[in-house]
Write a protein that binds this ligand. Sequence first.
Ligand SMILES: O=C(O)C(=O)C[C@]1(C(=O)O)C=C[C@@H](O)C=C1
Length: 103
Amino acid sequence: MAPVSGAIGSGGPVPAALAEARRAIDGIDARMVDLLAERFAVVEEVVKIKQANGIPALLPDRVEEVVAQVEALAAGKGLPPGIAGALWRTLIAQTIDYENARL
Ligand SMILES: O=C(O)C(=O)C[C@]1(C(=O)O)C=C[C@@H](O)C=C1
């Protein structure tokens, strides 16, 4: 396949197919950021509920439930094991920090 120079890449020529795949990744990332913003909008509500009821940010049983759910969903999609769980553990850790800064 002939390499094609383009703006996307780290300096070298980029095959046109790679540039196209990267555009797809960029589009998916934009949608994921939209979903992240949507999730954090719900977290804002969670913070208010937790404030009103004296509930802590870290709820270990719920963390494990969320991680188990996404791992099962990921397995159903044929994703390599561990990826979703690791991502969600990072997401939830950030969410707990975010909640703790507001509680
Ligand atoms: O379910 C909650 O109570 C949340 O605050 C949400 C969330 C999450 O990000 O999924 C974050 C912190 C909790 O410890 C568990 C789960």
